[in-house]
Design a protein around this ligand. Sequence first.
Ligand SMILES: [Mg+2]
Length: 375
Amino acid sequence: MSVDKIKHVKLSHVVLPLGTGISDAKVFTGRQKPMTEVNFLFCEIETEAGYSGVGFSYSKRAGGPAQFAHASEIADNLIGEDPNDIDKLRVKLLWAGASVGRSGVAVQAIAAIDVCLWDLKAKRADLPLSKLIGAHRDSIRTYNTSGGFLSSPLEEVLDNATKSIESGIGGIKIKVGHPDHRVDLERTAAMREHVGDDFPLMVDANQQWDRPTGMRMCKLLERFNLVWIEEPLDAYDYEGHAELARVIDTPIATGEMLASVAEHEKLIEHHSCDYIQPDAPRIGGISEFLKLTKFAEQAGLMLAPHFAMEIHSHLAATYSLEPWVEHFTWLDPLFNEHMEIKDGRMIVSERPGLGVTLSGQLRDWTVNTFEVGAK
Ligand SMILES: [Mg+2]
């Protein structure tokens, strides 16, 4: 048996610029400004036996500096510990910052470290992360979201869908939740006609409908044969989503905004959705994600993790029911390796760990670093 020790931890706050301001329904209803960048917290760990890992967490709009600050305060708790004991370390880090709680920014800071420890463990075993956990499949159905934002004119959205389909994508998701409901129906009808009756199509309202509007819109959207309707209501309206899931034939999807396993468990308890959409960096990392997906699997829920395909392709591969993974190329400049798609599916990397190394561009976009331990 080999026991190893963590000797060095490096944290990096990275700001990824987006080409143009991105707007979903939250911008059109005046709740948020267009998004121009994504903040990342990267964690790199080195051990005495010469192993290394990399992990990341992220935040959209506010929260990036807070995640970096919290992780920097607690990272010294890792030095000298065995990197194999991932859940022990997760709990130790939680207790180090116990007064800031077990959801949101606190667990998102720990998530970057947890992901890094899983990457390291898989690399030590010389296995892809999916195989370390145990995989049901080596590719996942994948769909595109980034071509369907409300800020893009309809012609451009249709054009983006054509390009995605030509590149091998397996589904298209467009944003709805526009303050003028006719716009949603026109855009969805145009896209359904554009891709044909049988091509997988989803819509995402980003929480912008109240309960009566949500019910009316979901009923109007039934005729488009959608794979799912995403976040029709406020992310924390467990009962409202449950009512829609009961009444509407089209599957209801939600969960991306929730910030802990405990919050997700309420979705399961209330029967709030057909597709659950956890985001590992947002709920505390891979350890927490796997805990949640065990509950979700027992409840018979379908799985469609949110964002971060570099992590979620591995995790979705381990779910027993056929999942979907969201294809976003935004993170491509951060890594030297890129995800492959073929015949509608994302190929799970066969490289050890997550299968990514950090790019020179990532170093150029790093705005702050923190290091602890000996090199
Ligand atoms: Mg969404």
